[in-house]
Design a protein around this ligand. Structure first.
Ligand SMILES: NC(=O)c1ccc[n+]([C@@H]2O[C@H](COP(=O)([O-])OP(=O)(O)OC[C@H]3O[C@@H](n4cnc5c(N)ncnc54)[C@H](OP(=O)(O)O)[C@@H]3O)[C@@H](O)[C@H]2O)c1
Length: 279
């Protein structure tokens, strides 16, 4: 990456998204930080600018739980930039209790998978035109307990937090492998990763404070956000993974994801459902 490159990082105001933004900004590239909350985003943007010494750090607002917001962000982005070299789909949510996005999707599936599915598809033309380009999807080891509940995709029945999160993180990997196949001849690589256990704001409910105490207890045993972001940064910037596509990484090493995640029929079925749900 160099000063002519443009990168987009979702969920960039916090945790690994902020650490990833700082590292990419240090390469001199323009970094567009995609955040849902303007004030939190602006505070983080200033920090990323300061820590990286790069003035080309830009905030753009987008709620990945809203198709309208995603469409509006993509239009603004395309009006502002001619290229997109690196897209890091990092934003994620895990919250106890069943919640829905503004479009009525179960929150984890809606934000972690569908939001990124729509965002990526809307930016794809620009990414392909910027090839060689890279797409990185931040998944989780929790994908191993995941299953795609086609008959109950919004988990209106038998909702369990880990069922919802696992479904969304398996979807991230199925999406990665399918997209990598579709883009093979286009010079765009698509990979995903498990950052491991990382002390961030993940699992903390901002409104109730739920999760703060547990996070504080576990913090000494978890990686820092900077350590957790290393694999995403590696996939976004390292020369040795140029041309590597359709793989799952952990600690900068290519490893196997769950058996289910390699099921091509499952990936195609999820793709088709995601297209229907995102119009
Ligand atoms: N932490 C871990 O141990 C761990 C383990 C495995 C995988 N992961 C994955 O790592 C990624 C980064 O998470 P993190 O640990 O760095 O957590 P984090 O500090 O909570 O960051 C998550 C980011 O996602 C954003 N976000 C949530 N809902 C959004 C929405 N509707 N629209 C736009 N942005 C939204 C958050 O924005 P707000 O600040 O406004 O809420 C925040 O910027 C996630 O995909 C997560 O699933 C984390």
């Amino acid at each position: 990456m160099n000063k002519d490159s443009v990168a987009v990082v979702t969920g960039a105001n916090s945790g690994m998204g902020k650490a990833t933004s700082i590292a990419i900004a240090k390469t001199g590239a323009t970094v567009v930080m995609v955040c849902r909350h303007r004030e939190r985003g602006e505070e983080a943007r200033k920090e990323v600018q300061e820590m990286s010494g790069n003035s080309a750090v830009v905030l753009m607002q987008c709620d990945l739980g809203s198709k309208d917001s995603i469409r509006s962000f993509c239009t603004t982005f395309k009006d502002s930039y001619q290229r997109l070299d690196v897209l890091v789909n990092n934003a994620g949510v895990i919250l106890p209790g069943r919640h829905e996005t503004s479009d009525g999707f179960e929150l984890q599936f809606g934000v972690n998978h569908l939001g990124h599915f729509l965002l990526t598809k809307l930016l794809l033309e620009q990414i392909i035109a910027s090839a060689p380009a890279r797409i990185i999807n931040v998944s989780s080891g929790a994908h191993k307990i995941g299953k795609i509940h086609f008959e109950n995709i919004n988990l209106t029945k038998n909702y369990r937090l880990w069922r919802a999160y696992g479904q969304s993180k398996l979807a991230n990997i199925l999406f990665t492998y399918e997209l990598a196949d579709r883009l093979k001849e286009k010079g765009v690589t698509v990979n995903c990763l498990n950052p491991g256990a990382v002390a961030t704001n993940m699992g903390i409910n901002r409104n109730t404070g739920f999760g703060t105490f547990i996070t504080r207890i576990l913090k000494p045993y978890f990686q820092t956000a900077e350590q957790g972001a290393e694999t995403a940064i590696y996939l976004a910037t390292a020369d040795e993974v140029a041309g590597v596509t359709g793989h799952y990484f952990y600690r900068k090493k290519q490893i196997k994801s769950s058996k289910k995640s390699y099921d091509k029929n499952l990936a195609k079925r999820l793709w088709s459902l995601s297209e229907t749900l995102t119009d």
